[in-house]
Design a protein. Structure first.
Length: 258
């Protein structure tokens, strides 16, 4: 499986003459929670949001299959994310050909998260003999989609592309990507493992960790000394007294949080 991140406009690129290649194509539009305050901007966004961009991309590619993620939320009355997105597109998309493509879309109402959307899409692509899948989502969401696609499509012959929509729910520049260390010219780090453990905590424990970590970072950043540059070598490890003091403070903090 090949997972590629497309950072330009796929549709614009397709305006150039394309070679005739007998490939079967699918487009997956990732869902977005209906209660998000910027739902319509992210999903429709004047045609540049996830569903608008995804449907236009499916039309431009001649995709045989358009899948819309949907399972994480629903409105009173039962309209889920996918149905709401397709309704907004049907009400606002001026191109009849794009509306026709969207009218044939399949809604994945079972997936509750990005990973499950991709796992279900992998099964659907395998069953339908799909050669290439384009995953359409917000730019800030693209790194996680690419990561989860590599796992979901492992061993699959389907080529997977991640295509960013034109609108976003956050500034993609603030997305933190924590890779396991792999460069021998930099000090070892377990920050990615710490972050993974923190993200696995339940709500109250995660909130307690965030509060403590933020307070501790404020203290580190405000200590006298040279400014810390990005990816600078780590300083000497804390002394036994310093480590003991930090452990005691952490224990006291989390004891209060309980």
């Amino acid at each position: 499986m090949r997972a590629l991140l497309l950072v330009g406009s796929v549709i614009a690129a397709l305006s150039a003459p394309q070679p005739i290649t007998p490939v079967k194509t699918a487009v997956l539009v990732h869902g977005f929670h209906l209660e998000a305050p910027n739902w319509e901007e992210v999903v429709w966004g004047g045609g540049g949001g996830r569903i608008g961009y995804g449907a236009r991309l499916a039309h431009a590619l001649g995709a045989e299959l358009l899948i819309v993620g949907s399972g994480a939320s629903a409105r009173v009355g039962g309209e889920n994310e996918g149905a709401a997105a397709l309704r907004v597109l049907a009400e606002n998309e001026p191109d009849a050909a794009v509306r026709e493509v969207a009218a044939r879309a399949e809604i994945d109402g079972a997936a509750l998260c990005t990973r499950e959307e991709l796992v279900n899409a992998a099964a659907r692509c395998a069953a339908g003999g799909v050669d290439r899948l384009y995953c359409v989502t917000s730019p800030a969401h693209c790194p996680r989609v690419a990561r989860d696609a590599v796992v979901a499509f492992r061993g699959s012959p389907t080529a997977v592309f991640v295509a960013p929509a034109e609108t976003d729910f956050a500034d993609a520049a603030v997305v933190a990507v924590l890779e396991p260390p792999h460069r021998p010219d930099r000090p070892p780090s377990k920050l990615h493992a710490v972050a993974s453990r923190a993200l696995a905590l339940d709500g109250p424990r995660r909130a307690a960790f965030e509060s403590f970590a933020a307070t501790f970072l404020d203290e580190l950043e405000n200590r006298d000394g040279p400014a810390v540059e990005e990816e600078a070598p780590l300083g000497p490890p804390p002394s036994a007294d310093q480590a003991g003091d930090l452990a005691a403070r952490a224990k006291a903090f989390f004891g209060k949080a309980d």
